[in-house]
Design a protein around this ligand. Structure first.
Ligand SMILES: [Mg+2]
Length: 126
């Protein structure tokens, strides 16, 4: 199963690769990274090579925000599940994300146990 992580902070790549090392090694997960909303959309548009089923995106990014990315994905790739992460547990972004069809909403620092639970849920429903 392929997932896409979107965050303007490049060091999340190292963190995710560490946290999902076992799943990646056993080929349970393939993890791709994008560092802006536009880059994420470009990756997803390269269709069949990018059969992403789940996107985990930061909300606060320069350029296209995570919420804008969420709306774009929901209209262009409605089959993809999207969860959002924000540095702040603010209710306004939470409400917007859920209204736009987000699967989950996380606050930083990422609780990797609940993220893994959400991904495990997607794996069983596959
Ligand atoms: Mg950010």
């Amino acid at each position: 199963m392929k997932i896409l992580i979107v965050d303007d902070e490049q060091d999340v790549e190292i963190m995710f690769l560490q946290k999902f090392r076992r799943e990646i090694k056993s080929k349970l997960l393939e993890v791709e990274f994008a560092f802006s909303g536009q880059q994420a959309l470009d990756l997803l548009s390269q269709s069949d090579s990018m059969d992403v089923v789940y996107v985990f995106s930061d909300i606060n990014m320069p350029g296209m925000s995570g919420l804008e990315l969420l709306e774009n994905i929901k209209s262009k790739f409605p089959q993809i599940q999207v969860s959002m992460i924000s540095a702040y547990g603010d209710r306004e972004n939470y409400n917007k994300a859920i209204k736009s069809g987000a699967k989950g909403f996380f606050t930083k620092p990422v609780d990797f146990d609940s993220l893994k639970n959400e991904i495990a849920e997607l794996l069983t429903n596959k």
